[in-house]
Design a protein around this ligand. Structure first.
Ligand SMILES: [Zn+2]
Length: 192
């Protein structure tokens, strides 16, 4: 049974079919996953990992891509997504009294005199990191973010696409990068 690592870039996962639009070392299949339907179609696998992937496509393609993921999994197959979390990012940009997570020391901070009280990073520097997560690194053409998600909006789209048992896996690493990891399973019905 196959496992897929979609949009792998240079983050090759052993034991997975690593798929990317760029022909980088370790990439097993070069495919433009923005072209729907996916051609050639992927043999349904037991797992899809797509880290830092969905936000690179226009929001008009999100449902279509989730639909292709649904098709590319066996029933009850596992999907794991990692995307920037606009809720966390909004906290940084608003910089309100509730505070936010510092991109350097990873703590929840209420800044004092324009700085993180733990690591002295300035609020502006922390906001720059948050903006990178909104718009992408832009160090190569495909590394631009064209849409974004909150857990609520992503869950809604996953449910519509026929995924269930949607859960958020949090860790400090993801908070630092203002991202979220969401796991779910392919259900029997696709509602879209
Ligand atoms: Zn800090």
């Amino acid at each position: 049974m196959t496992k897929y690592n979609l949009g792998c870039g240079s983050k090759i996962l052993p034991g997975y079919a690593n798929v990317d639009c760029r022909d980088l070392p370790g990439v097993d299949m070069v495919m433009d996953l923005s072209r729907l339907p996916w051609t050639p179609s992927l043999t349904p696998g037991e797992e899809i990992v797509a880290h830092d992937f969905l936000e690179h496509f226009p929001r008009t393609l999100t449902d279509g891509i989730l639909g292709e993921m649904w098709i590319s999994l066996v029933t009850d197959g596992k999907l794991e997504l990692q995307v920037p979390d606009l809720d966390l990012i909004a906290d940084v940009l608003v910089a309100g009294e509730e505070g936010f997570i510092c991109s350097t020391c990873e703590r929840h901070v209420i800044p004092y005199e324009g700085r993180c009280g733990f690591c002295q990073q300035t609020v502006t520097q922390i906001q720059e990191k948050a903006l990178e997560m909104v718009y992408g690194g832009v160090d190569y053409p495909e590394n631009q973010h064209k849409t974004g998600f909150t857990f609520a909006t992503l869950s809604g789209r996953l449910l519509r696409a026929g995924f269930e048992r949607i859960e958020r896996i949090d860790s400090e690493k993801h908070a630092k990068n203002y991202g979220m990891v969401v796991r779910c399973r392919k259900g029997v019905m696709n509602w879209s």
